[in-house]
Design a protein around this ligand. Structure first.
Ligand code: 13P
Ligand code: SF4
Length: 358
């Protein structure tokens, strides 16, 4: 298998860890404050013909509010699809920055806001556009496939964007066409795609600081304690953790596994924000969070993304009221990046991997 471990220099990894450590989670609120802010957000959404689009990793309050107000809670693929098909004038993306950028790319006529524009993603940060352009230039006969968890500038360098909800189908499609592939930025997801499709790719070596923390030994011990539990894992996790899984897939696939499998108990290796939706759809099932490096005292994520945690009711209300946190993308970059994103969405709609409006 290809290994380009030198591609993400240690200084950059150190900077990403510092960024994660410097994040401030959204402020905690009492019930009265929550009720006041919720009412205010509902009023503002109506007044501004705005819709919330939230990821499964944000707080229960935000997920509940998105659903109650006719918005969407979804994986990153369906978030992009929903935003593109929405007829709202304004989208408020509760998630991380690449999700807001994708929404803006697909809907330049809409105002796209985020509660906190500093909500980044370690995968996005691990793949600086200039270094990635130099990397791609070494393989001019390769198709460039990038994960959605990248900046608009990196997407502008790509032939295809994929998410974990369609990566296997898209790489298989490229394999059938005899294409050679550069993959970025998540090394673990890249490894899983290689294993599942049999395609060898030139891989960038980024990682998600949250999923990288899941521990193989701890998971094996937990599985011994709960022999009746199914193990479900997001493919951003290390290969040894993925190897222990009964089900591997996007956040949507993980939720569907809990909902549809006959088993009663699940060990879940992804951000624990996802438990809200799992529990809502399958209240009778028991969910156990997979162990992270937290036990060793070195964990900065502990199965919860520090950037997703920056989204809260207070900054959501503020951004809606003042129309701050707006995503702005330079038009020539947007048009370049749009091609690879639209290619992904068209493919996903044709294959029935996302919903299409009637
Ligand atoms: P999904 O596309 O599976 O929602 O994953 C996005 C993500 O950032 C997971 O860490
Ligand atoms: Fe990025 Fe990981 Fe957070 Fe997902 S969980 S947004 S991949 S840092």
């Amino acid at each position: 298998m290809s290994s380009l471990a030198k591609t993400v220099p240690l200084e950059l990894l150190g900077r990403i860890d510092k960024l994660a450590q410097s994040t401030q989670p959204a402020m905690s609120l009492d019930d009265e404050e929550k009720a006041t802010l919720t009412a205010k957000i509902k009023r503002l959404l109506k007044e501004k013909n705005a819709q919330m689009i939230a990821h499964y990793y944000v707080s229960d309050d935000l997920q509940a509010l998105a659903e109650e107000t006719g918005g969407k809670v979804a994986d990153s693929l369906e978030m992009a699809n929903f935003g593109a098909q929405s007829d709202a004038d304004m989208l408020v993306v509760c998630g991380v920055r690449f999700m807001g950028e994708t929404a803006k790319m697909l809907s330049p006529e809409k105002t796209v806001l985020m509660p906190d524009l500093n909500a980044t993603c370690s995968l996005d940060e691990s793949c600086p556009p200039k270094a990635f352009a130099e990397f791609c230039a070494q393989y001019p006969d390769h198709k460039v496939v990038v994960y959605a968890n990248t900046s608009v500038e990196v997407k502008a360098l790509a032939d295809w964007v994929v998410t974990s909800g369609n990566a296997l189908e898209i790489v298989t499609h490229l394999k059938e066409q005899g294409e050679k592939i550069i993959w970025a930025p998540d090394r673990h997801l890249g490894h899983w795609i290689e294993k599942e499709t049999g395609v060898e790719m030139i891989r960038w070596q980024g990682h998600c600081i949250v999923h990288d923390e899941f521990q193989t030994y701890g998971l094996m011990e937990l599985a011994k304690e709960h022999p009746d539990a199914k193990i479900i894992v997001h493919p951003e996790s290390p290969a040894e953790v993925v190897d222990l899984a009964d089900v591997v897939g996007s956040t949507r696939v993980m939720i569907e596994a809990v909902q549809n499998l006959p088993d009663q108990k699940f060990i879940v290796a992804t951000d624990y924000g996802i438990f809200y939706k799992m529990q809502q759809l399958a209240p009778e099932k028991q969910l156990i969070v997979a162990p992270t490096g937290g036990k060793a005292g070195s964990c900065i994520s502990c199965a919860h993304c520090p950037w997703m945690a920056m989204n809260g009711l207070q900054n959501l209300a503020d951004c809606l009221e003042n129309e701050t946190g707006e995503i702005v993308i330079e038009e020539s970059i947007r048009l370049k990046a749009l091609q690879s994103v639209e290619r992904m969405l068209t493919f996903s709609r044709e294959k029935g991997l996302v919903k299409t409006n009637p």
